[in-house]
Write a protein that binds this ligand. Structure first.
Ligand SMILES: [Zn+2]
Length: 66
């Protein structure tokens, strides 16, 4: 019998980050998305790197603004 356990989604299949806009970083809200491979077409746009930043990216962005 074949072992299918290797087909299970990896734990990296989730995303934690902030939504922000180019105009103002004052509006930030946190999102936890999982699993990321089940996002709809519009959700993929909503969580694209243009308007969505991971926690690390957001921290780096805030530090640059100082
Ligand atoms: Zn949002």
């Amino acid at each position: 019998m074949k072992d299918h356990s290797s087909n299970e989604a990896p734990s990296s299949d989730s995303m934690l980050g902030f939504h922000w806009t180019f105009a103002t970083v004052a509006h930030l809200h946190l999102h936890a998305i999982s699993p990321t491979n089940q996002l709809s077409f519009w959700q993929k746009i909503e969580y694209s790197p243009y308007i969505f930043a991971t926690v690390d990216e957001t921290v780096r962005m805030m530090e640059k603004k100082k």
